[in-house]
Design a protein around this ligand. Sequence first.
Ligand code: SAH
Length: 355
Amino acid sequence: MTGQNELRQRIARMIAAQGPISIAQFMTVALHDPQGGYYATRDPLGADFITAPEITQAFGELIGLWCAQVWHDQGQPKPARVVELGPGRGTLMADALRAARLMPEFLANIEVVLVEASPVLAAAQKETLKDCGVPLRWVGSVADIASDRPQLTIANEFFDALPARQFVRSEKGWSERMVIVDPTGNLAFALAPAVWSFAVPPERGEAACGDVYEFSAAAASIVEDLARGIARAGGAALLIDYGYAGTGFGETLQAVGGHEFRDVLASPGENDLSAHVDFGALARAARSAGAATFGPIAQGEFLLSLGIRAREEILKKPGRPTGIDRLADPDQMGTLFKALAILPHSAPPPPGFSR
Ligand code: SAH
């Protein structure tokens, strides 16, 4: 019996004992169960999916310069902190810190905190960053960081991994889509009998019967915490992910393994589970916590305005694609991926964004 089958059976036993579980609970167990969880047990980068920092060093380099510039624009507050959420293999942070050597004052006054749930990936990050020359610290969740100093937080493809819930509209109201065990013993989706009446954000529009409202309370609450810290102590957050601006309805929960879409419920722990990020909801959470927001804008637009083509000229080698088209082209990652920045109201607009 494989570990993954074992996890499916454990989820089935959990449902038998306590009743149907929400999609958010299912995601949490499938991704983070210490024995069989997807992130807890492997490094998925390359084998299952590829991310921007693994495609080109220019991505992390521009983000490093972005952080240094934002810190400079706010009067070079000392000491400051740079935080990365879900740093994968540590590639983005290594590239960012190398590029930030252009501003030695910045590097001399920061500590770097890596927020990582996976022991496997934390070990990879330690290896990648062992010679980076700044103090490093690892924590398991955002709540473990004190907001006692100006903090620059970066996150690439982190928020899509946070648990999301789904509600389906009927004539009576909203019913939550749950995970059950069907009569054949397989995991399946089913609507909870209870009907909720709540107001969805107005920019989503009017819901019709059958529409799905998907949201991640975890994502909004992390952004709210970050924004509260930014409003009080200064700093910024730069969130990059695949997602949408917050209008309309629809479900985006997906399973990916071996660079292909898979069945969400079939083999928990074996595939990456994610949902597109609702940038509208995150921007709203940040503003309600007292911070200013910029974007979301398309990743392509963001990278081009930071000068990624000029960097490409220096990095390119004859006959080898640089990967930059892949990140910036609208029909590749350039439009689906978006960037949102959160800053104090007193700060000037950050590089790459205009208000
Ligand atoms: N940012 C990296 C990796 C993206 S994969 C890159 O661009 O290459 C998602 C990352 O988030 C992984 O490092 C994963 O272990 C981490 N992660 C997912 N859910 C998490 C959670 N709830 N808390 C902390 N880290 C989490």
